[in-house]
Design a protein around this ligand. Structure first.
Ligand code: PLP
Length: 426
């Protein structure tokens, strides 16, 4: 098939007619499918059911130092959980605070604390006229939701396969003291699946921010979420690199076991410098007497060590890799050569990012919905839900059963073609 742009009006009209017929067939099927949710599927969750067995009413719930995990205390988390999560995050256990069940919650708290009380003695952000964050786009909608909630102005920064546009980041951060942070998903990013290159990480660590309380919000949500054994992305460790570059306090690194065990019932953690830890713990001790140590212990007993976790992630990959490959194959078969869209082929994470012709994304998502397939709302990957090109759509292949996913991806491809033809016909 030749590119749509090279087709005559008559050819396009004939193609439109054919696509409409096909679309009506899908409508008649009365589908109810969902490709919007970046959630593990049932089979993935089943892999962690052993966590329910490691602690029963006969279990000894004391951790290695004798602390009874059933009781109050241990503000920053039990040591063995810090070792496990430290290995997962590639950080020293001494640099880790273990939290509750959600890293998004930790990120919210981190912004909130800076807003009300300031970072390490700096003026609280709420007392300043203007606060801004850099937001690599397309990005994670819930990050943008936090900064929007606090009235922080968000500045989009374009992403490329090597990470955010670092010339732009360096210039803005060094010139404008009202820029206090940047949202980063450095590995298998949501939604592109891109991982930052060595040069990008090195340039991040060497930023010279105008604001002394500028922080990199390094959300390593997909740090060990590889799809393949033989092809994996590796990242320079950011805390160590910041320390080497003389910027030890510039980064907060977040992670959780949400997409390793049970989302919403996992454990979340923050890795950062001793100065930042002191600052954070001074507030945390007011906020809580301690997080859920029983759950921390459960995770440690289940995985034993990082090797157990790595093995577990292999099993996860075996379940979701065929789903990513099925979607990629369907997009390839239906769209390659038509010049109406591009999509990413990630080696890990939870998403594929699709870019349509400008001005088509909303209509594609609406067409899919009318035929029974829910996609993430177009625009969700941009601050304020405003994609200026109206072209980016996030595809989440993990949750639906394979059969549904195939139908949904086929219908999606059809919608891309139909909307593109309509657009070209004007
Ligand atoms: N960070 C990123 C980049 C995500 O994609 C997600 C979930 O989709 C989260 C954080 C949420 O993590 P948690 O469940 O630990 O709050």
């Amino acid at each position: 098939m030749k590119p749509y742009r090279e087709m005559s009006r008559e050819e396009l009209k004939a193609e439109e007619e054919k696509l409409r017929k096909e679309y009506r067939k899908y409508q008649a099927m009365e589908l109810h499918l969902d490709m919007s949710r970046g959630k593990p599927c049932k089979e993935q969750l089943d892999l962690s059911m052993g966590m329910m067995d490691v602690l029963d009413s006969n279990a000894d719930l004391c951790c290695e130092d004798g602390t009874d995990c059933r009781n109050y205390g241990v503000l920053s988390g039990i040591h063995e959980a810090k070792v496990l999560i430290g290995d997962m995050m590639e950080n020293n256990p001494d640099n880790i605070i273990i939290y509750g069940n959600s890293s998004l919650n930790v990120m919210y708290d981190t912004v909130s604390r800076a807003y009300t009380h300031g970072i390490m003695g700096n003026t609280p952000w709420c007392r300043l006229d203007k606060i801004k964050f850099l937001c690599p786009v397309p990005g994670y909608d819930r990050h943008f939701g936090i900064t929007e909630y606090f009235g922080i102005e968000m500045i989009p920064v374009p992403m490329s396969p090597t990470g955010p546009d670092m010339d732009m980041v360096e210039n803005l951060v060094s010139e404008d003291p009202s820029i206090k942070g940047i949202w980063c998903v450095p590995k298998y990013a949501n939604p592109t699946g891109y991982s930052y290159s060595d040069e990008t990480v090195r340039r991040f660590a060497r930023l010279k921010p105008a604001a002394p309380d500028f922080r990199i919000f390094w959300d390593n949500a997909y740090g060990i979420h590889h799809l393949y054994d033989d092809r994996q992305d590796y990242l320079i460790e950011i805390l160590a690199e910041c320390k080497r570059a003389g910027n030890p306090d510039m980064v907060y690194k977040f992670a959780s076991t949400s997409k390793i065990t049970f989302p919403g019932s996992g454990i979340a953690a923050l890795a950062t410098s001793p100065n930042n830890m002191e600052d954070i713990l001074a507030q945390m001790k007011v906020q809580t007497i301690g997080h859920d140590k029983v759950n921390q212990l459960r995770h440690v007993r289940f995985f034993k060590d990082i090797h157990g976790m790595t093995e577990h992630m292999r099993k996860q990959a075996d379940i979701i890799r065929p789903k990513f490959e099925a979607v990629e194959q369907i997009l390839d078969e239906n769209l390659t050569g038509l010049d109406i869209g591009t999509w990413t082929k990630p080696l890990g994470g939870y998403f594929i990012s699709f870019d349509s012709l400008p001005g088509c994304a909303k209509s594609i998502v609406a067409h899919a919905k009318k035929a029974g397939v829910v996609m993430t709302g177009a625009g969700a990957t941009w601050p304020y839900h405003k994609d200026p090109n109206d072209s980016n759509i996030r595809i989440a292949p993990t949750y639906p059963p394979m059969e549904d996913l195939i139908k949904a991806a086929q219908l999606f491809s059809l919608c891309v073609k139909l909307v593109s033809v309509e657009k070209l016909l004007g």
